[in-house]
Design a protein around this ligand. Structure first.
Ligand SMILES: C[S@@+](CC[C@H](N)C(=O)[O-])C[C@H]1O[C@@H](n2cnc3c(N)ncnc32)[C@H](O)[C@@H]1O
Length: 482
């Protein structure tokens, strides 16, 4: 029987081989936990025959497969290397890298395979067990049991394409993604759109043609399917649901945002999570605990930490308050947090995988909600809804303690404030936020202005008791729910 791997590598072999300068390549996202094997590099460099082509992600120039061959080429002084290009999304490129590394050359160790599977499950939970098993070389049973352990739900509606890309079996979802991408990037090539949306080139072409000629980009057959799905959704909306932690009935509305998609890709990456507290400079939560105690909280109180991350605040809060609920949307953060809670033997900290918009509080209303450096992940519309939901978690008189990158200046002052802010950036990304980190924050995340946030707080029923700003870019608020 021909497995997905042989079909895929077969398809890769049909891609044209090109010579590319070694200096144009960027290091790939390797699934090898232990890094490169220098012995293997030396052995490859000593070969007198040309090395087989490496595989490179065309849009990022990252090496998907062949890191050892690149090192060997450098060692023997080659300036060019044979490359086969892969066109597809970053996520598919990582999948392909795992698959190629798992099955050829210096094979992946069992630890590499399991780590790669865990990483795919956490960062791409929609991948089916079948696809993850095929790319890592683990059995489906093992992947299914890892999925259970990690606690991500399955949506096994995709298949592996022969060229190494995956395609959702849901044609409607793929087409909708292509429509959105084409509208956002009208000049992107069809190959790029097809890769990023996970649809066939023909589908991307059809969507573009329909958009160009003003026709509905969804053909009648799929429109009927969409109508049926909508009917099903509204039926589900009508039936009562019990709110359990992590389940918010609004989540099934068609217009609901996918919080995981906004969570910041670094927060989904176990390697980033492991270095997160060092990067943060191990902030001391005592000041915030004192603010809450000073606002009337005591040993009988309940506190919810939204976007809890690695749990620096939540763990410290456990010694002052009766019940602490630490909520985070990232499976990687939550796993780290759960381990720390278990290590510390804390029985009064509950870890819940959910987001601002999906967390459903159980038990008596909370006395305080704490959230630090997380609300900016959501665009303003969703921030306002999140604040409204926070209000719903709290008892009247309950406290919201909020820290975030919030901008206390006018748009015309942006250049000057940003320059001053960047001047204080860290040099070492492992020990702080660098200029690049700040720039990326501005480009891709949703920090808002103070003069927009404060009306949102008021609209959600909060009275601002105290607001402090540092360098006009970092705000700390204490608010009381009226
Ligand atoms: C910069 S970290 C801050 C973590 C922690 N509060 C701290 O101060 O150390 C942001 C956290 O928010 C989480 N996050 C992102 N979007 C979220 C959402 N919509 N709901 C809940 N948590 C979210 C991320 O997974 C990450 O753990």
């Amino acid at each position: 029987m021909q497995g997905p791997h042989s079909r895929m590598t077969g398809a890769l072999e049909s891609f044209a081989e090109t010579m590319v300068p070694v200096s144009a390549l960027r290091p790939g996202d390797s699934p090898r936990v232990g890094g490169e094997d220098l012995e293997h590099v030396r052995a490859l460099a000593a070969l007198e025959t040309p090395l087989p082509p490496i595989v490179v992600h065309r849009t990022t120039m990252r090496v998907i497969d062949g890191r050892h061959r690149v090192r060997a080429a450098v060692l023997r002084g080659d300036t060019e290397i044979a490359v086969r290009f892969f066109d597809g999304s970053d996520a598919d490129a990582f999948l392909l890298s795992v698959q190629l590394n798992a099955t050829q050359g210096l094979s992946l160790s069992p630890i590499d395979r399991a780590t790669a599977a865990a990483r795919i499950l956490e960062s791409q939970p929609h991948r089916s067990d079948q696809v993850i098993a095929a790319v890592t070389g683990l059995s489906r049973r093992v992947v299914a049991s890892m999925r259970k352990q990690i606690g991500v739900s399955a949506t096994p509606r995709e298949r592996l394409l022969e060229d190494g890309r995956t395609r959702p079996m849901n044609a409607l979802a793929g087409r909708r993604r292509a429509i959105k991408l084409l509208k956002e990037n009208p000049r992107a090539s069809l190959r790029t759109i097809a890769g990023a949306a996970g649809v066939a080139l023909g589908t991307a072409r059809d969507v573009r043609e329909r958009l160009r000629t003003g026709r509905d980009p969804i053909p009648p057959r799929l429109r009927e399917l969409a109508r049926r799905q909508e009917r099903l959704r509204s039926k589900e909306n009508d039936s009562p649901r019990t709110g359990s932690s992590g389940e918010n009935p609004t989540m099934i509305k068609s217009w609901m945002v996918d919080e995981l998609a906004y969570a910041g890709p670094e927060h989904l990456d176990p390697a980033f999570v492991a270095g997160f507290e060092a990067k943060q400079g191990y902030p001391d939560p005592t000041g915030d605990l004192d603010v809450l105690t000073g606002s009337g909280l005591n040993a009988e109180s309940t506190v919810v930490d939204l976007g809890a991350g690695t749990g620096r605040f939540a763990l410290a809060a456990a010694s002052r308050f009766r019940r602490v609920v630490a909520v985070d949307v990232s499976p990687a953060m939550l796993r780290y947090l759960e381990e720390r809670v278990a290590d510390a033997g804390l029985a009064n900290v509950e870890c819940v995988r959910a987001g601002f918009l999906s967390y459903a509080h159980e038990g008596p209303p909370a006395d305080a909600v704490y959230t630090r450096n997380a609300l900016h992940q959501l665009p303003d519309f969703w921030k306002a809804l999140a604040l409204e939901r926070i209000g719903g978690i709290l008892r009247p008189g309950g406290v919201l303690r909020l820290h975030d990158l919030i901008f206390d200046f006018q748009p015309g002052e942006a250049d000057q404030v940003v320059e001053t802010w960047f001047a204080g950036a860290a040099e070492d990304p492992a020990r702080g936020y660098t200029r690049d980190d700040f720039a990326e924050h501005l480009r891709t995340e949703f920090s808002t202005f103070r003069w927009l946030l404060e009306p949102m707080l008021a609209a959600a029923g909060f009275e601002i008791v105290q607001a402090e700003f540092t360098r006009s870019v970092y705000g700390a608020y204490t608010c009381v729910k009226r």
